[in-house]
Design a protein around this ligand. Structure first.
Ligand SMILES: O=P(O)(O)OC[C@H]1O[C@H](OP(=O)(O)OP(=O)(O)O)[C@H](O)[C@@H]1O
Ligand SMILES: Nc1ncnc2[nH]cnc12
Length: 188
């Protein structure tokens, strides 16, 4: 499938302790073909149940996929951002410690009682998803499911999130980075 083709042999760059792929799907290098975004969206829509009121994503890489999933599932899109807005609405700050960024995320658009489907393009250490789940819970809302396109199992993020919150993290493609060639490859 196209998503697997995008990741197979993708180049990587060093990001702190890890290597991160640079690819069409998450970085738009080369420019993202609509058929790749469509395939990822359709596969995630197939994977999810969408027994929820909203989709929640983190900017900015996840937002492209989140927008497409929101359209396909017919659910409103909430976005967690790296900055806050001074417009007096409820923005929930949460600490984030991910593969190569730490700081504060601000989650907007989640209301008490919402059931939320969290969508992301990648799970690596699980830090981003931990921050998103904590923000949903702090808003008085619940996470109905977590859907992620690509998983880097070597960093153990999925198990960490599942153990901590008792929520399944469902993913489409698993990848690793080869230490010698420093290129990505698809597992399974
Ligand atoms: O499991 P983790 O270790 O948290 O890594 C996964 C996160 O990393 C990427 O985001 P990135 O940090 O590049 O942020 P961006 O989307 O704002 O560029 C990706 O979009 C995931 O959200
Ligand atoms: N796009 C990506 N590819 C590989 N590892 C990542 N970790 C976070 N984002 C990633």
């Amino acid at each position: 499938m196209l998503l697997e083709q995008v990741y197979q042999d993708a180049p990587t760059v060093r990001s702190g302790k890890h290597r991160t792929t640079v690819n069409e799907f998450t970085d738009q290098i080369p420019a993202l073909r609509p058929e790749v975004l469509r395939e990822a969206t359709e596969r995630l829509v197939e994977l999810g149940k969408f027994d929820s009121d909203k989709i929640l994503v983190e900017e900015d890489k996840g937002a492209i996929l989140g927008g497409a999933v929101s359209l396909a599932a017919g659910l409103p899109l909430a976005v967690a951002r790296w900055y806050t807005y001074a417009v007096g609405h409820s923005s929930i700050p949460v600490p984030i410690d991910s593969e190569y960024f730490s700081g504060t995320l601000y989650v907007n658009g989640i209301e008490p009682g919402d059931r939320v489907t969290i969508v992301d393009d990648t799970i690596s250490t699980g830090g981003t998803l931990i921050a998103l789940v904590e923000a949903v819970q702090a808003a008085g809302a619940t996470v109905s499911e977590v859907l992620v396109a690509v998983e880097k199992p070597q960093n153990g993020g999925r198990e960490k999130v599942e153990k901590r919150f008792g929520i399944d993290v469902r993913t489409l493609v698993r990848i690793a980075v080869d230490d010698t060639s420093q290129r990505a490859y698809v597992l399974d």
